[in-house]
Write a protein that binds this ligand. Structure first.
Ligand SMILES: C[S@@+](CC[C@H](N)C(=O)[O-])C[C@H]1O[C@@H](n2cnc3c(N)ncnc32)[C@H](O)[C@@H]1O
Length: 329
């Protein structure tokens, strides 16, 4: 039920403070329960910007969209909520702006990556090794590939690749071998707790079973939802959608995501001088953004004590440099 959806937004005051500086179009590409989006709506309302502003919210999860609509209802800001993947951020953004007859230039974009607390705690979604549920892990429940498909149909070598690449799991080969052996002997692996049992057996006597379980479940989730490729694409499209001095904020929760965000932001914040030694007077391509946060911003002690999810959060923010302009003007 949408009313039961809970998720405490991470670094909400910092994000709203850095993103909202003028009336305009704000896009939340990971709407979730609408925690950040309603904080943005409230700020726009309190600053008197509500009439000239629009909030576009995207999520691929129907339950999240319903919950966010309820949470944002009290604030009189124009809103368009879209069921979609932020891999097509630009398409959703342009369609929503044209629906409202607004020029498609974003004043602010937010991506708060990963899954919401509500999704993790819903056993039927299969995201958690602590809750008995089907091996699903799709954020969009109309998508075809589930975690069970991967666990039961990928060859052992492919499974090891997924666990290593997306979970950075050192014992990826042993886990893949155990999974392949188990399904050969016993048939398909269908449940979260069943898979967790197989991983626990591999970890037997090892120092950190919980970390191993988290890494393998993270790897499966990334593979099911193609999260890293989609993120690269969303960052590229997001930068293109920003208007002059528009800002993009991204919160990531593990090193694979943060590395992508850091590198994409750094690449776009650098002038391209072409091959070394050519001695150009002008760069081939000028930086399109500046870094608002040189180092990622982390949650303070108060927030992490209140909200354990905030412990691994890293916030990076960039600002679009006007065409033909400079960083400072
Ligand atoms: C961490 S939660 C966001 C929580 C939200 N900021 C709030 O305050 O309630 C991430 C949300 O992003 C959604 N999501 C993840 N990947 C997505 C994608 N590629 N496209 C659209 N939504 C996505 C998930 O369904 C989830 O609802």
């Amino acid at each position: 039920m949408a009313e039961d959806f809970y998720h405490e937004p991470v670094l909400a005051a910092e994000i709203v403070g850095m993103l909202i500086r003028k009336p305009g179009i704000y896009l939340d590409g990971t709407l979730g329960g609408g925690g950040h989006a309603s904080a943005m709506a409230r700020t726009l309302y309190e600053m008197g910007y509500w009439e000239q502003s629009l909030i576009i919210g995207i999520d691929q999860d129907d339950e999240a969209l319903r919950a966010a609509a309820l949470k944002m209802a009290p604030w009189a800001v124009n809103t368009v909520l879209v069921k979609g993947n932020f891999g097509d951020l630009e398409g959703s953004f342009i369609r929503a702006c044209s629906e409202k007859n607004m020029k498609p230039e974003a004043a602010g974009i937010l991506l708060d990556l990963g899954v919401s607390s509500f999704q993790i705690d819903s056993a039927s979604r299969g995201f958690s090794y602590l809750r008995e549920g089907p091996l699903d892990m799709r954020m969009d429940r109309s998508a075809a590939l589930t975690a069970a498909d991967i666990v039961n149909t990928y060859e052992e070598k492919e499974l090891a690749r997924v666990f290593f690449r997306y979970g950075e799991e050192k014992r990826s080969r042993s886990i893949a071998k155990a999974v392949a052996e188990y399904r050969r002997r016993n048939g398909p692996i269908t449940g979260t707790v069943q898979l967790a049992g197989i991983i626990r057996d591999v970890a037997y006597g090892g120092e950190n079973v919980i970390k191993m379980l988290s890494r393998v479940f993270q790897a499966l989730r990334i593979e099911v939802n193609d999260e890293l490729e989609v993120l690269r694409e969303a960052l590229r499209q997001g930068i293109g959608c920003l208007g002059e001095h528009g800002r993009m904020a991204v919160v990531s929760y593990h090193s694979l995501e943060d590395r992508i965000v850091k590198n994409v932001f750094a690449d776009n914040a650098r002038n391209d001088w072409g091959p070394k030694g050519v001695g150009l007077r002008e760069p081939l391509e000028r930086a399109s953004v500046s870094l608002v946060t040189r180092k990622p911003l982390l949650a303070g002690e108060d927030e992490t004590a209140r909200n354990p999810r905030a412990r691994s959060a890293k916030l990076r923010v960039i600002e679009k440099i006007p065409k033909g302009g400079c960083r400072e003007c």
